[in-house]
Write a protein that binds this ligand. Sequence first.
Ligand SMILES: [Zn+2]
Length: 96
Amino acid sequence: MSLDYIRETYKVPAVLNGRVRYSGDAFQREGTIVGARNAHLEVQLDGDDFAGNYHPTWKMEYLPAQPAPCKGNCQTWIGNRSTGHIQCADCGRPKP
Ligand SMILES: [Zn+2]
């Protein structure tokens, strides 16, 4: 079983290192997909130092991919005229 199998079977955008929000606990938690086991996702929730086994569709929400960081080489700065806040157009990092 693999993430390929899970994507096909459950029609979900499960990818390695993809971000998810899990709402099966008392409060919502976010985590990272670190693998697949027995048609279930292995997800390491933020703050945990272990991965848990989760059903791909039960209380699981798939978050959009984060923009790739510019690694300190931000090129295009965009500003919000009303707040004066300036940030990178690509990765969203505030202008230092
Ligand atoms: Zn940037």
